[in-house]
Design a protein around this ligand. Structure first.
Ligand code: DGJ
Length: 731
């Protein structure tokens, strides 16, 4: 049993393989307190941690200091208005305009398995994988029920949380802030790790000491954004890849979020994560309920690398779904950087023919195949083929591509509408805008109000028709602007604050329907590169385009940050042409291939026009992908050296679960005279097993490779950006 309730102690204990999470009921007022989250414990008589022995501090018996109690008690789910100046998890406005709430424990339920969250993506598992605890608390004055839901995945050391609010009263209540998770704990001189970025520079890792005050990362642009990942980790000062305590939290959501840490007197930390309260107001009529998105939490005392591996296993086994969750992805060639908008059937077929000869497996036609779209100024929303470019329509093209032995994929940007489009001319009210105010455009486009079911129907009808018209086996779902001018023609005045969350649920509805109707479809999400790379999107698409920046050097850093949270199998990564279209840098073709190998692997170039020497590399890169894809997508990932930190070498490795095979990837970014050999300490091997490096005759013990290190020679006078792969196999 992963979850135990100890009635005498009034304690719930949630155990994973290596961690324990403990909640307690306290005082005659039935407060729910947070007792502990950390390394696995045998003890369960832990109610004393909440301070129950000191009767002077029992609010039910000593009302004199009630406010002090409220200000310092470690609440499991703090509400507004009772005292203390820390940020609450829940804020409401009741029918009288008041915001105060007090939760009291009412009942609980423990059951095997995990229920889906209506309308939202969430982790899942069988009754053998996961057990769930639901604790119901109530504000007895308002009759508002708050159900705290915890699911325990023992094998991956993950506890997930979300909250359901039920209005059991006779009055309307407005939710103004509903966090998905809150953890109160003593501050032990922790650091905070977050991941920030911008367009073409996603995945940058930040780490800083947690000072007093509030520190947060957030999105207020309607999608997760390039700016911050919906993720934060708290770790001990000494934590590195292999050592130290780390708490990782990641939100399964694709809209506005906030992840916040408050360090306040007397050195208490409060971590909250949930939908951003800015632009959020949700009306609960009597009988209504609201479900928050889910937060995934993991704890380890074995360093940042172990946090990463816990999240990777959780996402590979309990979040990513469908045919391609564990299946090999086709090597695709996307025509965006090859042609941009300038293509027709003949050009695409020339590329496809050459691609097929080189071993590439799928052609993806990116932006520009529909409406009258020859640049980014028109036609979003007009999802019918442009027969001037593709005479005979998609079927004619796709059949010919298939005849060459390639699969076919297609780009859409379903959430958008161009002002110059038939859709906008027919339904200007489908766009998000405030009546009477000129709505702002970005990339010359508006955002469709997907919170409205008629808009979802309309968009879905067009997508379905296109996807049914030919053998289309892959969709790249793009999203190229943030949301603003928040007004919906479909919502009454008092519900305008629901627009953003309804929008995100509309996106989920669309993607869910797509996968139900086309179960064999491979979906790749994208948002101007990695502007919506989050666990919510991963629930629908096993891979996400990581960044528009395909420069081999930039990608090393971007992929390091994204891979700290998400599995390698989810990172869209392609080899593109040089000089790179964004940075102007030239990285050797072989190295570009090695960098893309850390993700889904594909190409983003015109194979008919690249230098012959580069083209000749492709068959061996294709072979490399086939050889290593399983190890890379299913193995344990270890970050060995960080170019972002050392400015010289990038190195990571993947090890299969039996610790019998491994692949080490090193990229020597700068060729420095005299720096021609380096010991790289490997990780994750079995110290007692013997490994052979393919291509060498000598055998090494796992302990030698991990404690002395692998001797990696840098190619002498080889120039910058030289990569080396080491394939290790057990005796
Ligand atoms: C942004 C994406 O990130 C690119 O890969 C490409 O699909 C363009 N949009 C097309 O407009």
């Amino acid at each position: 049993m992963a979850i135990q309730y100890y009635e005498r102690e009034r304690v719930w204990k949630l155990d994973t393989k290596n961690t324990t999470y403990v909640i307690g009921e306290f005082d005659e007022e039935h407060f729910l307190g947070h007792i502990y989250y950390g390394k696995r414990l045998a003890a369960h008589d832990l109610g004393y941690v909440l301070g129950g022995q000191e009767s002077g501090f029992l609010p039910s018996r000593n009302t004199k200091d009630r406010v002090n109690f409220m200000g310092t008690f470690a609440m499991e789910y703090p509400t507004h208005g009772l005292g203390g100046n820390r940020e609450e998890a829940l804020r409401i406005v009741d029918g009288n305009g008041h915001g105060t709430m007090q939760l009291q424990y009412i009942s609980h339920e423990i059951y095997p398995g995990k229920k889906a969250i209506p309308g939202l993506p969430a982790t899942f598992g069988t009754t053998a994988d996961v057990e769930t605890l639901e604790i119901t608390a109530e504000d007895v004055l308002l009759h508002l029920k708050v159900i705290l839901k915890y699911s325990v995945f023992e094998a991956t050391d993950v506890v997930t949380r979300y909250v359901t609010i039920e209005n059991c009263s006779e009055q309307t209540v407005t939710l103004t802030q509903v966090m998905s998770a809150c953890i109160d704990m003593p501050n032990e001189q922790f650091d905070m790790i977050t991941v920030h970025g911008n367009w073409a520079r996603e995945g940058q890792i930040d780490r800083a000491r947690i000072m007093h005050g509030t520190h947060s990362v957030e999105s207020m642009c309607g999608k997760t954004s390039h700016d911050y990942q919906p993720f934060l980790a708290i770790c001990s000062h000494n934590a590195d890849q292999n050592r130290g305590e780390v708490y990782g939290l990641n939100m399964v959501y694709s809209g506005n979020f906030i992840a916040r840490v408050t360090n306040s007197f007397p050195d208490q930390l409060r971590i909250t994560m949930g939908i951003h309260p800015s632009d959020f107001r949700w009306i609960l009529q009597p009988g209504d309920r609201f479900d928050t998105p889910e937060v995934v939490m993991t704890y380890t005392d074995c360093g940042i690398g172990q946090m990463t591996r816990n999240l990777h296993d959780q996402y590979r086994n309990h979040l990513i779904q469908g045919k391609y969750a564990h299946a090999k992805r086709p090597i695709l060639l996307n025509n965006w950087e090859a042609t941009y908008f300038d293509f027709d059937t003949q050009k695409l077929l020339r590329i496809a023919k050459q691609a097929a000869e080189l071993g590439i497996e799928m052609l993806v036609v990116d932006d520009g195949w529909f409406g009258r779209r020859n640049d980014d100024n028109s036609s979003l929303g007009d999802w019918f083929v442009n027969e001037e470019k593709l005479p005979g329509g998609l079927k004619t093209l796709v059949d010919q591509v298939n005849a060459l032995g390639l699969k076919f994929g297609l780009w859409f940007e379903p959430e958008m509408v161009s002002p110059d489009s038939d859709l906008y001319r027919a339904h200007p009210d489908y766009a998000i805008a405030v009546p009477g105010r000129r709505a702002g455009m970005a990339r010359n486009q508006y955002v469709l109000d997907l919170g409205r079911s008629e808009v979802v129907e309309c968009v879905y009808g067009m997508l379905k028709q296109v996807l049914s018209s030919a053998n289309i086996e892959y969709v790249k779902w793009d999203m190229n602007r943030a949301l603003c001018d928040l007004g919906s023609y479909g919502l009454p005045a008092d519900r305008q604050g629901e627009l953003l969350h309804r929008y995100v649920m509309g996106v989920y509805e669309l993607q869910g329907r797509l996968l139900r109707d086309f179960p064999n479809l491979l979906l790749e999400n994208c948002s101007s590169g990695g502007g919506r790379f989050d666990p919510g999107m991963l629930y629908y698409s096993p891979q996400i385009w990581t960044s528009d920046d395909t420069d081999g050097l930039e990608r090393i850093q971007i992929q390091e940050g994204i891979a700290m949270i998400y599995p390698l199998s989810s990172m869209g990564a392609h080899v593109s042409d040089c000089p790179n279209h964004i940075t102007g840098r030239t990285v050797p073709f072989e190295t570009r291939g090695q960098v893309a190998l850390a993700g889904t692997f594909g190409y983003e170039l015109d194979v008919t026009r690249i230098p012959e020497a580069d083209r000749n590399c492709i068959p061996s890169q294709v072979k490399m992908y086939h050889q290593y894809h399983e190890l890379i997508s299913e193995g344990d990932y270890y970050r060995l050296l960080s170019y972002s930190e050392n400015h010289q070498v990038d190195a990571y490795m993947v090890v299969d679960k039996k610790r019998e095979e491994a692949l080490v990837s090193c990229i020597f970014v700068q060729n420095r005279p005299g720096d021609n050999s380096r010991r790289i300490k490997l990780q994750g091997l079995d110290p007692e097993k013997y490994y052979r490096i393919i291509g060498e005759s000598r055998e090494y013990s796992g302990e030698e490779l991990m404690y002395i290190g692998l001797l990696a020679d840098t190619p002498w006078a080889g120039g910058d950006y030289r990569g080396r792969l080491f394939h290790l196999q057990c005796r």
